[in-house]
Design a protein around this ligand. Structure first.
Ligand SMILES: NCc1[nH]cc(CCC(=O)O)c1CC(=O)O
Ligand SMILES: [Mg+2]
Length: 323
């Protein structure tokens, strides 16, 4: 025997020397769920250990994330039913919860890269990402609202808007409205290859945003497909996306690898709510070691090509890296 592969695995020191994939705090984007009120902290039933926070506590959380070395947050808001409609009225309210949250976080932690979810579902009386006509989610009227929504986030101080809606043409419309209004330093992180996935279930609990009828399969992608992910992603880049995203993560690492190899912009993964819930549930039963599962998952996502990882485990992962 002249080829002894195990030599490179003999000791922790040797393994560290040849490790190809190293996680860093700045790899992570921490999603935050903001709700109305003061001193409100509500645990999400299907996401144990993860909370909706009122703005005051969201700001406290953002400060802590920054102190740990996390450079970016991705904001979602839980809108009360009373402001939901079929037009996205609240989505463009300059004093809406999202707009206040952006200003609050940028005031308190100015260097934090604030990214914002752009889609109508938290504001939709139908729980859909766009405007509903009959049983259809209509594309072009939705794009028009998403563009205005993005502008209002930029005006509030968002560094990146993150359209998660999967309407056609929204990246171009958003880039145009930002340019026309002088926001030439506001970026777009496009959810480009976003699949219609059961793994978003806990997130919809968090925001009370489950679709009231049907599903999202006429706009989000069919998980049977991979080449379509290339088409979607290359088009988003042509339209002006600065970062593209593959979502969910663990069941889509093949897509991540393809997208990484076919593009030259940073690629983000979204390790979604159901992926978080699976690890939490197994760990709670003593069936998985939670910390090990987190590090293995995150390292694998990065190894597959992700430059950035949005994950509810961001804080845990960084604590583990620093431990
Ligand atoms: N468009 C809204 C949106 N933005 C991010 C997620 C899912 C995130 C997660 O599950 O963690 C969703 C839900 C959906 O598309 O139904
Ligand atoms: Mg698209």
């Amino acid at each position: 025997m002249i080829r002894r592969n195990r030599i490179m695995r003999v000791s922790p020191a040797i393994r560290a020397m040849v490790a190809e994939t190293i996680l860093r705090p700045s790899d992570f984007i921490a999603p935050l769920f903001v709700t109305e009120g003061e001193n409100v902290q509500e645990e999400i039933s299907s996401m144990p250990g993860y909370f909706r926070y009122s703005l005051d506590l969201t700001i406290r959380e953002a400060k802590e994330l920054w102190s740990l070395g996390i450079k970016s947050v991705l904001l979602f808001v839980k809108a009360p039913d009373s402001v939901k409609d079929n037009k996205g009225t609240e989505a463009v309210n300059p004093n809406g919860l999202m707009q206040r949250a952006i200003r609050g976080i940028k005031d308190a932690v100015p260097d934090m890269v604030v990214m914002t979810d752009v889609a109508l579902d938290p504001y939709s009386s139908y729980g859909h990402d766009g405007i509903v006509d009959g049983i259809e989610i209509v594309n072009d009227p939705t794009v028009e609202v998403l563009a205005r929504m993005s502008l209002s986030h930029a005006q509030a101080g968002a560094d990146f808007v993150a359209p998660s809606d999967m309407m056609d043409g929204r990246i171009l419309a958003i880039r145009n409205i930002l340019e026309q209004n002088g926001f030439d330093k506001t970026g777009i992180m496009a959810y480009s290859a976003k699949y219609a996935s059961c793994f978003y279930g806990p997130f919809r609990d968090a925001l009370d945003s489950a679709p009231g009828f049907g599903d999202k399969k006429t706009y989000q992608m069919d998980y049977a497909n991979s080449r379509e992910a290339i088409k979607e992603t290359l088009m988003d880049i042509e339209e002006g996306a600065d970062i593209v995203m593959v979502k969910p993560a663990m069941a889509y690492l093949d897509i991540m690898r393809i997208i990484k190899d076919r593009t030259t912009v940073p690629v983000s993964a979204y390790h979604v709510s159901g992926e978080y819930a699976m690890i939490k549930a197994a760990a709670a039963n003593g069936w998985l070691d939670e910390n090990k599962a987190i590090l293995e998952s995150m390292t694998s996502i990065k190894r597959a090509g992700a430059d950035l990882i949005a994950t509810y485990f961001a804080k845990d992962a960084v604590r583990l890296l620093n431990a």
